[in-house]
Design a binder for this molecule. Structure first.
Ligand SMILES: [Zn+2]
Length: 101
């Protein structure tokens, strides 16, 4: 017996936007995987935690469901710190050694 395939629910990264002058927030879907348009999902107002509104949602165009979530965080740059260290070492100056009074 073949197992029935679970429906594929695409994941979309959203960004948070707040209506100016209000405490009403929205999760913004930049590109809908179904219709390609931008969709807004209410993220609650006031004391409501917007994070609670993340998860599976019906696309505003009604063409399907998707899972809205935060985009992955960018990785920290470790190389930058090592570069600063090297620069400091090389810059050890002997410019004052032959100072004549
Ligand atoms: Zn759509």
């Amino acid at each position: 017996m073949a197992k029935p395939k679970p429906p594929v629910v695409p994941e979309v990264a959203v960004s948070f936007r707040e209506l100016p002058g209000t405490s009403v927030g929205f999760w913004v879907v930049p590109v809908c995987p179904f219709c390609g348009a931008q969709h807004f999902h209410p993220a609650g107002a006031g004391k409501t935690d917007p994070m609670e509104k993340l998860g599976e949602a019906l696309a505003r165009c009604g063409q399907g469901r998707y899972v809205i979530g935060l985009p992955p965080r960018p990785k920290r740059k470790k190389e930058r710190r090592a570069e600063n260290k090297r620069a400091r070492k090389e810059g050890g100056g002997s410019a004052w050694d032959d100072w004549d009074e």
